[in-house]
Design a protein around this ligand. Structure first.
Ligand code: ADP
Length: 467
């Protein structure tokens, strides 16, 4: 065995120690490197996972983007189709609208549509032409205020009485054809019209109204010409009728010599027939005077109870002949009325003679004359006669109308009496109406104001005044 010097052996020992220390350090470093390498590997794996996840998300986003693009394209095409449809529909509607507009414009009648407050929504061209208002001036304004309405006497029809107001407040349908009134133009001139108003309803609620009106100036002129003709013809008929009357009376009284009994019978027929003709001619003259406004009024203080009594006395023979139970009651101390007794007599005669005529033998008639709660004269004449069929009641005051149920009976009539009576009463500011039930009887009511009616012109002014 080689023995190394001490210093060498020490050096070697030191060298060995250093190597060992280096080795250990290397081992430690190697371990650390291994740890770092593991961590790096883990980080790499994590990165790979994240990269994969990102790749998945990106592909999902891409697919969503594609879907969105497809949806957007679909929406665009849908929008274009819809736009086309809307355009076509608008065109169609425009065509329909212009068609309706053309129809509404070309009808000769005036047309106005109002909302539920009576404000104008639409007017047609005839409205513009007839009333002188332009659409832009009148839309949104109240029809009743902008276009006033007057009756034949020039009295302004109140808001409440306007048919438009009545329709808007719930009445189904109103035709004002028989009772002509006047519309006032923008320039304040007026023209006669007749109109029809119907409500516009939505889900059962009134949301407005439509009025159609017509200028009836021409019709009125024709009617006037007709009335003038009737008046003229009736006047011409009076002379020959008076001659027949006069000579037949002379023959009947024996002033022209003795006649045989059978000749007398024929003469009586001629006389009675002639009398009926005279009455008819007089009635026709009354109608034409009323319509032409030429009825002469001679008002004077009148005791209307006496007047009624004399009319009853006149009817006594027929009342007795038909054994009618007759009852009358009059208010005591009736005030005197300044009125035309001839006209009032005509009204009383017409109603009472109808009651007698249309009540069969043994029936009942009651006549009452009182002042009502408003201190108006109220005359009531009721009978237990044939009555008036419900479906014909609305026509009873129409000229020449006679109800079916009396035409077959042995009664004579012209259908003019009630028309005349109603005209006289209404011109006097009063009312004439009735209640009736077929086979049970009828009651006719007449009211006349005690106080002077407001209106001016014509016979209305002076027909009935308080004394
Ligand atoms: P007329 O000459 O026919 O009596 P009016 O104008 O006086 O004409 O009456 C019109 C119609 O009204 C009559 O034809 C009749 O049908 C009906 N009428 C009037 N008064 C009565 C009454 N008291 N009872 C039944 N019907 C009546």
């Amino acid at each position: 065995m080689i023995t190394l010097p001490n210093n060498v052996s020490l050096k070697l020992k030191n060298l060995a120690k250093e190597k060992e220390s280096v080795r250990r350090k290397l081992v430690i470093t190697a371990r650390k490197l291994a740890v770092i390498a593991r961590e790096k590997e883990k980080a790499r794996r994590d990165l790979v996972i994240t990269a994969r996840q990102l790749a998945v998300t990106a592909s999902e986003k891409e697919s969503t983007r594609r879907k969105l693009v497809i949806t957007a394209r679909k929406l665009k095409s849908l929008y274009e189709t819809l736009e086309k449809k809307v355009l076509n529909r608008t065109k169609d509607l425009e065509q329909i609208r212009s068609k309706s507009e053309a129809i509404l414009t070309s009808i000769g009648d005036g047309l106005v549509v109002v909302d539920k407050e009576g404000k104008i929504n639409y007017i047609n061209r005839s409205f513009e032409e007839m009333l002188g208002w332009k659409t832009k001036e009148i839309i949104g304004k109240s029809m009743v205020q902008v276009v006033p309405r007057e009756d034949v006497h020039g009295t302004k029809v109140s808001f409440k009485e306007r048919i438009l107001t009545q329709v808007l407040s719930g009445q189904k349908f109103i035709a004002d054809l028989t009772n002509p009134f006047y519309y006032i133009r923008k320039d304040k001139s007026r023209f006669p019209t007749s109109s029809i108003v119907a409500p516009v309803t939505l889900n059962g609620k009134i949301v407005g109204a439509v009025e159609v009106f017509r200028d009836i100036t021409k019709e009125k002129e024709i009617d006037k010409a007709k009335t003038e003709f009737v008046s003229l013809a009736s006047h011409q008929l009076r002379t020959p009728l008076s001659t027949v009357n006069w000579y037949s009376e002379m023959l009947l009284t024996g002033d022209a010599g003795v006649v045989t009994p059978s000749q007398k019978k024929y003469l009586e027929e001629i006389y009675a027939g002639n009398q009926r003709m005279v009455e008819l001619v007089n009635t026709l003259l009354d109608v034409s005077r009323i319509e032409l406004g030429t009825l002469i009024i001679e008002s004077k203080p009148t005791n209307i109870v006496k007047l009624m009594e004399s009319v009853i006395d006149e009817q006594r023979p027929q009342i007795n002949e038909k054994r009618i139970k007759f009852l009358s009651s009059f208010k005591k101390n009736f005030p005197l009325l300044k009125t035309d007794p001839k006209l009032l007599r005509m009204v009383m005669q017409n109603i009472l003679s109808n009651a007698v005529k249309y009540t069969p033998d043994g029936g009942k008639i009651n006549v009452h004359l009182v002042l009502d709660e408003n201190k108006n004269v109220l005359l009531t004449i009721s009978d237990t006669g044939y009555g008036i069929p419900k479906d014909q009641q609305s026509k009873i005051f129409t000229k020449l109308f006679r109800a079916d149920n009396v035409i077959g009976k042995d009664t004579e009539g012209t259908g003019l009496g009630l028309y005349i009576a109603k005209s006289i009463v209404e011109q006097a500011g009063g009312n004439l109406w009735f209640e009736s039930s077929e086979k049970k009887g009828s009651t006719f009511f007449v009211t006349l104001p005690l106080h002077k009616p407001k209106k001016k012109n014509g016979y209305r002014r002076s027909f009935l005044n308080t004394n």
